[in-house]
Design a protein around this ligand. Structure first.
Ligand SMILES: N[C@@H](CC(=O)c1ccccc1NC=O)C(=O)O
Length: 284
């Protein structure tokens, strides 16, 4: 069968998105560097920024993972930066948090280059990346975490946080006789000897010890069948945020495990994220 068909005229319903790969944002004395992949909608006006922090137990970081799913959101008018951070085999906590904050400062410093609206920055991560995202969310007012790394003088604070299956309280669920190697690497030694580092790595600790003046709104999602990071970790964070009257929504995903692919391939999940970021970063 041969056919000529016609499509009715329609205005574009999304932005044209460019991938700007391998943008270096940090360099260390030992020669190691860190990069990010930027999804940039073509636009004359500055757009809100979402920083995506990939998971992988703080050790197996792929800043290209989920670019196809993230492009859907970028098409709605967000610059999305998929950032890399030092893994725990290179440096223990808080190197990872310092790196994410360096990435955010870099993006604010280069707001004009990438058409970013520096007043509207959100963060989103899965698993280890959600842990770091939550920490960025609660430490926006603590200048000491910005003292390491380049692009000084720019803020690393965010206006909205999305946490998919993030570990929050390492001491509560990851301390055991047979401690996971990644936990000891993250802490810089066996957890039981690194209580101060464990506290600093726990977003709830920061909510309790400083009570920030402004805590950004949080959207938390966790599978009730997660065998890697128990769902109660998200419940802990929810409880701590609710206790200080921060804006927080926790979705328990029934029958869902830990894998990020489950989250990132579900249209309903991505729509909830999109609506959340639109409300807090676009003012709509
Ligand atoms: N399956 C991993 C553990 C893992 O992925 C993990 C463990 C604790 C907290 C977060 C984790 N993953 C998050 O990216 C392992 O056995 O090392």
């Amino acid at each position: 069968m041969s056919e000529i068909k016609r499509l009715a005229h329609q205005t574009e319903d999304g932005y044209f998105v460019q991938l700007i790969p391998d943008v270096q944002f940090a360099r260390f004395a030992n020669g190691q560097s860190l990069k990010m992949n930027i999804l940039r909608p073509v636009s004359d006006l500055p757009l809100p920024l979402i920083v995506w922090v990939v998971g992988g137990a703080w050790v197996d970081i792929d800043p290209y993972k989920h670019i196809p799913a993230l492009s859907k959101l970028a098409r709605q008018g967000y610059v999305i930066a998929c950032v890399e951070y030092r893994t725990v085999n290179k440096a223990p906590f808080p190197a990872q948090l310092e790196d994410i904050k360096t990435a955010i400062r870099f993006l604010r410093a280069h707001a004009l280059d990438y058409h970013i609206d520096p007043e509207h920055v959100g963060i989103w991560g899965h698993s280890a990346g959600a842990h770091l995202s939550a920490l960025v969310g609660v430490t926006g007012e603590q200048a000491e975490w910005d003292q390491q790394g380049q692009w000084q003088g720019h803020s690393s604070s965010v206006k909205a946080v999305v946490d998919f299956a993030g570990p929050i309280d390492i001491q509560a669920d990851f301390q055991s006789e047979y401690e996971l190697p990644v936990i000891s690497l993250l802490m810089g030694g066996p957890l039981r000897h690194k209580i101060d580092t464990a506290d600093q790595s726990n977003p709830i600790h920061h909510l309790a010890s400083h009570i920030p003046a402004h805590v950004p709104p949080f959207l938390i999602m966790h599978g009730d069948q997660d065998q890697v990071v128990p769902a109660r970790q998200s419940q802990f964070l929810y409880d701590a945020l609710a206790a200080i009257s921060a804006e927080v929504t926790l979705y328990i995903l029934e029958g869902v495990g830990h894998s990020s692919t489950t989250f990132m391939t579900r249209n309903d999940v991505l729509e909830i994220v999109s609506e959340f970021f639109a409300r807090h970063l676009k003012g709509s």
